[in-house]
Design a binder for this molecule. Structure first.
Ligand SMILES: [Zn+2]
Length: 411
C-alpha cells in the first residue's frame, strides 16, 4: 500500500463524515483519469469480473488500477439495440449493471456523479467511475427519458450515435450503417436543440464525438456550457479526427478533446498500411464490425411476449463474444505507434489552444491495435506527457481538465 493510500484509509477509519475537505485534498493522490473506457458492456455481456484477470480483449479495472488509473468515465454502449424502444431498455440494463457491480466491489470502486464525490472516492484509495452513454440512450430523444437517466446517474452523453442518424443528430459513421447519408439533417434538428438545452439545465456533459463536422459546430454553438470530444485524434497530426477549426471553437468555450488510443487513427503510417491492404484488414475486423453494426435477423411479431428480445439478446451476445476472435495482423505489429507518437496529438492541442483543453480518452477496445497496448500501459503515456510538457500541465491533462468540464456542464 502506498503512503497516500494508507493515509486516506486512516482518514476513512477516523470517520469520513468528520473529515474536512482540506484533509481529503491533502490525502488525495493526483488524478489519473481516462474519460472514455468501456467496462460495463463487458460485465454485462461476458459476465466478466474486471477486477480479476480476464481475457485480453478490452479494458479492465485490474490492470488499469495497477497502472495508477483512479478515475474513468465508463461509456455504456447500446450498439445493436437501436430499433424502436429497445435502446432505453438496453441503456437501463447497463445502468443497473454498473450500479450493482459498483456495489459488489464497494471496497475498490464507486459511482461518482460530481467531481467532489469523485475526489472523495479517489482519496479513499478507490476508483471513481462516472457513467456516460455512447451509441444511444433513446434515439427518439425523449426529454423525460433523459431526465430519468440523469436521476439514475448518467453524466455524459455522446450526442451523435454510431448507429446511423437518430431523431436529433446526423452521424459521421452513418455510412457504415447500411449506407445511410451522414448529412441527412445537415446537422442537429429542433429536437436536438431542445435536448442540448435540457442537458445544459440538468448538467449532462455533451460529447460531440462521432458527429459530422456540421454537428460538431452546431453543438458547440448551441450549448451554453463546455462540450467535449471524448475520444478523437487530431487531423493535423494523423490525417484523421478533429479539425483545428473545431478544436479552437471547442476550446473557446472551455471544452476539451480526449485523445484516442487506436493505432489506425493515431498513426498515418499504420493507416497507410491498412489502406493498402483493405481486404486483409476487413477480414481481420469482420467480427468487430458485425458487433457494432448488428441488426436482428428476424422481425418482432405482433402479439410477442418476450420471445423476440430473448432471441435478440442471444444473437447479440454471440456477436459481442465473437469480437474476441480478433487477432493482430503480424505485419502491423511493428507499425503500432509509440507513446511519444500518441503524445504528438496532445502536443498539437497544447500549441494550438493551450493545456486546458486536452485530456486522455483512449477508448481502448478488444480487437484493435492501440497505444498503450493494454490497460497496464497507462504509465507509458504519462511518461510521454512528461517529456513534452510541464508537471503542472500533465496534472491538467491526466484528470483536472476532465473534472473542470464535468463541473461546468450545468448551466
Ligand atoms: Zn466511439
Amino acid at each position: 500500500m502506498t503512503p497516500t493510500r494508507r493515509a486516506a484509509l486512516k482518514l476513512l477509519g477516523a470517520g469520513a463524515v468528520a473529515v474536512s475537505t482540506r484533509a481529503w485534498a491533502q490525502a488525495a493522490p493526483p488524478l489519473l483519469m481516462d474519460g472514455h473506457v468501456h467496462a460495463i458492456n463487458r460485465v454485462y455481456w461476458e459476465q466478466a469480473d474486471l477486477w480479476q484477470d480476464v481475457p485480453d480483449v478490452g479494458w479492465d479495472f485490474k490492470r488499469a488500477r495497477s497502472a495508477g488509473v483512479n478515475c474513468v468515465i465508463d461509456n455504456l454502449g447500446t450498439y445493436g439495440y437501436w430499433n424502436y424502444n429497445y435502446t432505453p431498455k438496453q441503456a437501463l440494463r447497463l445502468l443497473e449493471t454498473a450500479n450493482r457491480y459498483a456495489e459488489q466491489h464497494a471496497d475498490k470502486m464507486a459511482i461518482a456523479t460530481t467531481s467532489a464525490q469523485a475526489r472523495q472516492i479517489v482519496a479513499s484509495g478507490r476508483m471513481a467511475v462516472f457513467l456516460g452513454s455512447e451509441s444511444g440512450w433513446d434515439h427518439e430523444g425523449d426529454l423525460d427519458v433523459l431526465g430519468a437517466f440523469y436521476r439514475l446517474g448518467l453524466r455524459t452523453i455522446q450526442f451523435a450515435s454510431q448507429s446511423g442518424y437518430n431523431n436529433f443528430a446526423d452521424s459521421a459513421l452513418a455510412m457504415s450503417q447500411g449506407g445511410q447519408s451522414p448529412d441527412h439533417f445537415h446537422g442537429i434538428t429542433d429536437r436536438g436543440r431542445a435536448l442540448v438545452a435540457e442537458m445544459n439545465r440538468l448538467g449532462i456533459l455533451i460529447d460531440i464525438t462521432h458527429g459530422t463536422e456540421t454537428v460538431h459546430k452546431q453543438l458547440i454553438e448551441a450549448s451554453r456550457t463546455p462540450v467535449v470530444a471524448s475520444h478523437e485524434t487530431i487531423r493535423a497530426v494523423s490525417g484523421v479526427g478533429i479539425s483545428d477549426e473545431t478544436i479552437k471553437a471547442l476550446a473557446a468555450k472551455g471544452g476539451l478533446v480526449g485523445i484516442h488510443s487506436s493505432a489506425q487513427v493515431v498513426s498515418k503510417r499504420f493507416r497507410q498500411w491498412m489502406v493498402e491492404h483493405k481486404e486483409q484488414v476487413a477480414a481481420a475486423n469482420k467480427d468487430v464490425a458485425n458487433m457494432l453494426g448488428y441488426e436482428p435477423s428476424f422481425p418482432r411479431k405482433p402479439g410477442d411476449h418476450g420471445e423476440y428480445v430473448e432471441r435478440f439478446d442471444k444473437e447479440f451476445r454471440e456477436a459481442w463474444l465473437s469480437r474476441a476472435k480478433w487477432k493482430e495482423i503480424p505485419e502491423l505489429v511493428p507499425l503500432i505507434p509509440t507513446a511519444d507518437e500518441w503524445a504528438q496529438h496532445v502536443d498539437h492541442v497544447i500549441k494550438l489552444v493551450g493545456a486546458d483543453n486536452v485530456a486522455i480518452g483512449l477508448d481502448m477496445a478488444g480487437g484493435r491495435s492501440s497505444v498503450p497496448r493494454n490497460p497496464a500501459g497507462y504509465g507509458e503515456i504519462v511518461a510521454a506527457l512528461n517529456r513534452i510538457t510541464t508537471p503542472a500541465n500533465v496534472k491538467k491533462i491526466t484528470g483536472e481538465n476532465w473534472f473542470r468540464v464535468l463541473d461546468a456542464a450545468k448551466a
